[in-house]
Design a binder for this molecule. Structure first.
Ligand code: ADP
Ligand code: S3P
Ligand code: MG
Length: 177
């Protein structure tokens, strides 16, 4: 069932952007500040499988993870008032882009490559897509992925914002309508 009759104020908020852009961290803060429920799609999948994402990729493969990711996103998109952080690869799937853009308010957390590369050590162990890649390959992935995030309702450049400031920017944009 589609949520097309849901008012903008009640719509889920979906955070998209490259791995490490801060979707999980900032999403939690937005949820706290707005007293809404927070859903992290990766955490939901990890809870179901009882293993981390890196293990899901190893044991079941990326295609299986993507199928599961789509199912979980479709499930939460049918709800309302949630703050949802999706993984950085979720928008690779057209069905995911379409349902999020139609049913929810989508914020792209943008970050420059220069700012992102300083975060690599925080990410390398937990992001299967980065493992075994050279810095040049990761840079190419970063730029190739930018086009999938172009379709959004709002974009927040987070280079000079701490998580709290980024969460406040999202809330400010929402309140402005
Ligand atoms: N605005 C920010 N400034 C500095 N560090 C950040 C910011 N947002 C997130 N981080 C840090 O970057 C890492 C990745 O954040 P995370 O929320 O997991 O990103 P994502 O969910 O987009 O992959 C974490 O260690 C987090 O503390
Ligand atoms: O970009 C990707 O392909 C992925 C991003 C990860 O989420 P974050 O964007 O929260 O790191 C997680 O879904 C998985 O490791 C795959
Ligand atoms: Mg995350």
């Amino acid at each position: 069932m589609m949520n097309s009759c849901i008012s903008t104020k009640e719509k889920n908020i979906v955070l998209i952007g490259f791995m490490g852009a801060g979707k999980t961290t900032i999403g939690k803060l937005v949820a706290e500040k707005l007293s809404r429920d927070f859903v992290d799609i990766d955490e939901e999948i990890e809870r179901e499988f009882q293993i981390p994402t890196t293990e899901i990729f190893k044991q079941y493969g990326e295609n299986y993870f993507r199928k599961k990711e789509k199912e979980v996103i479709e499930k939460y998109c049918k709800e309302k008032m949630k703050i949802i952080s999706v993984g950085g690869g979720a928008f690779l799937q057209k069905e995911v882009r379409d349902i999020c853009l139609i049913e929810c308010t989508v914020f792209f957390l943008d970050l420059s490559w220069d700012a992102w590369k300083d975060r690599i050590s925080l990410l390398i162990d937990s992001r299967p897509v980065l493992q075994g890649k050279s810095m040049d390959e990761i840079k190419a992935l970063f730029y190739n992925r930018q086009s999938i995030y172009e379709k959004n309702h709002y974009k927040v450049l987070t280079d000079n914002l701490n998580p709290e400031e980024a969460a406040n920017s999202i809330i400010h944009l929402l309140q402005q309508g």
